[in-house]
Design a protein around this ligand. Sequence first.
Ligand SMILES: Cc1cc2nc3c(=O)[nH]c(=O)nc-3n(C[C@H](O)[C@H](O)[C@H](O)COP(=O)(O)OP(=O)(O)OC[C@H]3O[C@@H](n4cnc5c(N)ncnc54)[C@H](O)[C@@H]3O)c2cc1C
Length: 219
Amino acid sequence: MGGLRIDENAASSLPGLYAAGECTGGIHGANRLAGNALSENQVFGAIAGTHAAKFALRQTGLLKASAQLEERVLAPVRELIGRTQSPSPDRDAIRPSEGWKQVQSVMQRWVGATRTEAGLKDAISALDALRVECSQRMAARDASLAYNRDISRALELRNMIDTGWMAALAALERKESRGAHVRLDAPEENEEWTCSLAVSLSEQGVTLRKLKRGREAEA
Ligand SMILES: Cc1cc2nc3c(=O)[nH]c(=O)nc-3n(C[C@H](O)[C@H](O)[C@H](O)COP(=O)(O)OP(=O)(O)OC[C@H]3O[C@@H](n4cnc5c(N)ncnc54)[C@H](O)[C@@H]3O)c2cc1C
C-alpha cells in the first residue's frame, strides 16, 4: 500500500522527519490483513517517536532552512497575500478550501478503489490544471498572518496536489491489479510487477523507480 518511504528507524529522506502509520507505505506489501493497521501504528509509532526524540536531542541549535527553500515556501504565501490585498480582487478567485474539495473529488472519482487508464489520465490532467489555477488565482479571505487558516490550507493544498498526482502516476504506470490496487482494464496480477514503485518529485521533475524488497530492481 502506498505512502511515504521510511527506513528501519522510521526516518524519511528529509532529515528530522519521521513517519509511521497510514501516511507511510511498504510495510504490508500490496494490501494488509484486517486489523494489522493498528499493530503497525503501535510498532512503527514507537520506533518513529524514539528516533525523532534522539534526533531532536542531537540538535544543538535551531534548524535553519536554506535561503532557496525558504523562498520556495514563502513566495506562494506572498503571492496569495498580494492577491488577497489586491484593490481589484478576482471575483472568481479560488479559496484554499475549494481547492481541497476539488482534490478530494478528483481522487475519489478516479484514484479510488477501482481505477482505469483513462480515469487516471483524467486525474493527472485535472490535478495539473488545478495546480496552475491555484498558483495563479488562489486568494484568502483576509491577509492577516496570525492564525490564518487559509494560508496553511493553501500551503497544504500544494502538497495535496503533488501527492495525489504522484499516486495517480504510480497507479497509471502499474498495469495490473494487485492487492488494494484494482485496475478494471488490467484485472490480473502480472509477475513483472512483483515490486514496489518509488515516485519522487524534485526541481528536475518526476522519477519512478522499481524496487524489489526495498532495493533497485532491473528496469
Ligand atoms: C472505517 C475504517 C475502519 C478501520 N478499521 C480498522 C480495524 O478494524 N483495525 C485496524 O487495525 N485498522 C483499521 N482501520 C485503519 C486504521 O484506523 C488506520 O490505519 C489508523 O487509524 C491510522 O492511524 P494514523 O495515526 O496513521 O492516521 P490517522 O488516524 O489518519 O491520524 C492522522 C491525524 O493527523 C491529523 N492531521 C492531518 N493533517 C494534519 C496537519 N496538517 N496538522 C496536524 N494534524 C494533522 C488528523 O486530523 C489525524 O488526527 C480502519 C480505517 C477506517 C477508515
